[in-house]
Write a protein that binds this ligand. Structure first.
Ligand SMILES: Nc1ncnc2c1ncn2[C@@H]1O[C@H](COP(=O)(O)OP(=O)(O)OP(=O)(O)O)[C@@H](O)[C@H]1O
Ligand SMILES: [Mg+2]
Length: 240
């Protein structure tokens, strides 16, 4: 479970996130939409304990990320838009390295191969150095690393941005499997169509404020694209 409680993050005069409260329970996919600079990545940085909130708290499985960052980090996996990998290592070596770093021991070769298959990384890429990988291939490997950690909370920052249409569709299936496994999943995306397709709830952030949350039922009815454009175009919301 991810719990964000009255959390704000200010960088000087820039109010990147304002008084955000949001709980993502196990087995939910929450998708956050918002224009560039709306505060989505900042929320993730605070939730991961990479930066401290100006006010409020974030808890991962009940553990305060500011007070007990090492313990909290054990229960959260993160895939950034630009996945950090070791270029001179092969895909398999990166996966093994980060899996061990995540605290898992005695993982079989078959399990590593299985997860690379699951994210759709082609077999001939397993033993290739990552420095020659395309953005989408790096993202697939980043997702594999996150799955191997087997964390209860998964935070994804624009995970589909480098994926081709087929890989994007496969990725949504993978997210559904992770939901079945009762992971609490947060994903930011600019892809309204995918957000609507996969999410249990969709939020819209504007200038640091969570201005709207759609439930699954509302999503079925709503013209999400028009509503999104309406929200992000309101000058009074932008200034708030
Ligand atoms: N380390 C930092 N120092 C100063 N300002 C920052 C810092 N990180 C983020 N900001 C500011 O906080 C605001 C929110 O940025 P953030 O990266 O969270 O947006 P975002 O919603 O993820 O946008 P995008 O869709 O472009 O990824 C922006 O105004 C940004 O300039
Ligand atoms: Mg961002």
């Amino acid at each position: 479970m991810l719990e964000i409680l009255e959390m704000s993050k200010h960088y000087g005069d820039v109010h990147a996130v304002n008084n955000l409260s949001l709980t993502i329970p196990p087995g939910e996919i929450f998708t956050m939409l918002g224009a560039n600079g709306a505060g989505k990545t900042t929320t993730l940085m605070v939730s991961l304990g990479f930066t401290e909130p100006t006010a409020g708290t974030v808890k991962i499985c009940g553990i305060d990320v500011t007070k007990d960052p090492l313990e909290a980090k054990k229960h959260v996996a993160y895939v950034s838009e630009n996945v950090m990998l070791y270029g001179n290592f092969t895909a398999r070596q990166n996966l093994e390295f980060f899996t061990k770093l995540g605290g898992r021991k005695n993982v079989s070769a078959a399990e590593y191969e299985n997860v690379m298959d699951r994210v759709g990384l082609q077999r001939d890429a397993f033993e290739r150095r990552v420095k020659g990988f395309s953005k989408g291939m790096r993202q697939k490997l980043g997702i594999a690393i996150a799955i191997m950690k087997d964390a209860e909370v998964i935070l994804l920052d624009e995970p589909t941005s480098g994926l081709d249409p087929k890989s994007g569709a496969e990725f949504l299936k993978l997210l559904e499997e992770l939901r079945e496994e009762k992971k609490a999943i947060w994903m930011t995306t600019h892809d309204i169509f995918r957000a609507k397709q996969i999410a249990d709830r969709v939020g819209i952030m504007v200038a640091g404020n969570l201005v709207k949350i759609f439930s699954r039922d509302e999503l079925k009815q709503a013209d999400l694209e028009s509503i999104y454009v309406e929200y992000v175009s309101q000058p009074e919301v932008q200034a708030a």
